[in-house]
Design a protein around this ligand. Structure first.
Ligand code: ADP
Ligand code: ASP
Ligand code: MG
Length: 437
């Protein structure tokens, strides 16, 4: 069984849904994970924000825009009047439920229940289309198996124990469809796996059922060697190790949600990144194979980074100074991405600044604190084992005209990272591409 995940653009119109139906119907009983149609989650967030502010009128206006849009999609997707009617009625209940939720006093749970409707609509639409085409498709509700625990982490045991019987109890199903992104929390309320989290759903399911493969279908032919939104002439990378893919996803390669690599890696299930618009393209395979030797494979960038530096003469020859500093970040639930040290100071980068003022206040007890905002991490990924000489000089040479705040190397054998000003990001990415590829 394969797990096949289709993102928002891949199910973004009636025609795209028809293409997806063709791609998923091979001779395997695949399990298909769908995102909401592109734009829908944003609209649902807008609706719940209006409800949160008590602005029901604006919420209704956005509901009406969605209603018209989905009426158009239904008209285009189904051939028979019966299916058109069935699906229009279904959508009407969904929009009615959204309005009922909006009539209650607003809570976060209500907001999340509204946002979950996008995946519920797309999966019902595709399932109904497959049925109309004579394919036995079984829709599985993610709420029946995807749950998070008290720490907000996916409950893998529950997922495995709940999903396998659901699959087994539908022996006639030719294909299974389910929602990405949405889940229940440990209290049984509707929740989600964060924006872009459908990739995570696919990976969790693939690991839980030990799928033969996890396919992430999107709007580009695999992981490119640089960010195609900012750099010209990028090319797909044929193969990545799980570690390389995790670094790239974490450091900004939007094609993959950062959390999505780990479950697949631990279960040893290969992940393929494929293009719905160009299904015959090879894409990228992520597996346990050794990296191409002595090569840089790809570059990614992560914005909105803040650099924090603490300088203290008390650090000189003192033991326990690093521990004290890191403990402060831990106390305020802030994870650190990059770290560099000298005899008298430590520089760190963070992306969550919610508690920055409290962190800085604590740090000032130990030394002088400097904060730089609007920074960006440039992450270069490939085979950077110690014996491979020359790679660092190639990379730093490409960046010779760019002011660099931090360099991190040696934390793993496949990554060298630079902290620069966000304003220099595009120039840095393009310079690296020109030099390396
Ligand atoms: P989906 O809606 O299918 O989940 P996303 O928009 O989340 O799709 O991810 C696909 C997008 O990721 C691409 O359109 C591309 O612009 C962007 N992207 C960023 N970095 C990369 C990269 N290194 N390789 C491929 N795509 C990338
Ligand atoms: N629909 C959700 C989002 O837009 C989840 C996803 O697409 O992965 O974030
Ligand atoms: Mg995505």
């Amino acid at each position: 069984m394969k797990v096949m995940k289709f993102g928002g653009t891949s199910v973004g119109s009636a025609q795209r849904m028809k293409n997806v139906a063709q791609l998923i119907h091979d001779n395997n009983r695949n399990l298909v994970v769908l995102s909401a149609m592109s734009g829908t989650t944003n609209s649902l967030i807008e609706i719940s924000d209006y409800y949160a502010k008590g602005n029901k009128e604006s919420a209704s206006a956005v509901v009406n825009i969605l209603r018209n849009l989905y009426t158009k999609h239904i008209g285009e997707l189904y051939a028979t009047e019966q299916k058109k009617k069935e699906m229009s009625d279904f959508m009407e209940t969904v929009f009615h439920e959204i309005m009922l939720l909006g009539a209650e006093p607003y809570t976060d749970n209500i907001g999340k229940a509204i946002v979950a409707k996008g995946e519920i609509m797309s999966t019902h639409m595709v399932t109904a289309y497959l049925e109309e085409c004579g394919i036995k498709a079984q829709l599985l509700s993610a709420f029946d198996f995807m749950r998070t625990d008290q720490e907000g982490q996916p409950d893998m045991k529950y997922l495995h124990d709940a999903l396998i019987p659901l699959i087994d109890s539908n022996p006639d199903a030719e294909i299974f469809i389910t929602q990405g992104f949405i889940c229940l929390n440990h209290e049984g309320h509707i929740d989600n796996l964060q924006r872009g989290g459908s990739d995570y759903t696919a990976s969790l399911i693939g690991a839980a059922i030990r799928a033969e493969e996890i396919q992430i279908w999107t709007d580009i032919d695999g992981m490119h060697n640089n960010d195609p939104r900012f750099v010209d002439n990028t090319r797909p990378v044929p193969q990545l190790s799980f570690e390389e893919a995790a670094e790239l996803a974490y450091f900004g390669a939007k094609i993959l949600h950062p959390t999505c690599v780990l479950p697949a890696k631990f279960a040893g299930v290969p992940v393929k990144l494929l293009n719905t618009m160009e299904p015959q393209a090879k894409g990228t395979i992520i597996n346990n194979q050794l990296s191409e030797e002595n090569k840089i494979k790809a570059i990614a960038a992560k914005d909105n980074i803040t650099a924090v530096k603490i300088v203290s003469s008390r650090m000189l020859l003192a033991t326990g100074f690093l521990r004290k500093v890191f403990e402060i970040f831990e106390t305020f639930h802030t994870s650190i991405d990059m770290v560099t040290t000298s005899e008298v100071g430590i520089s760190m980068s963070i992306d969550n600044t919610d508690n920055l003022s409290k962190i800085a206040e604590e740090l000032r007890k130990y030394g002088t604190v400097e904060i730089d905002r609007n920074m960006c991490i440039i992450c270069v990924v490939g085979d950077l084992r110690m014996q491979n000489t020359g790679i660092e000089s190639l990379v730093t040479d490409a960046l010779k005209d760019i002011p660099i705040r931090m360099i991190s190397y040696g934390g793993s054998e496949h990554n060298i990272s630079f902290l620069i000003h966000e304003a220099d990001k595009q120039k840095a990415l393009q310079a690296l591409s020109n030099k390396i590829f």
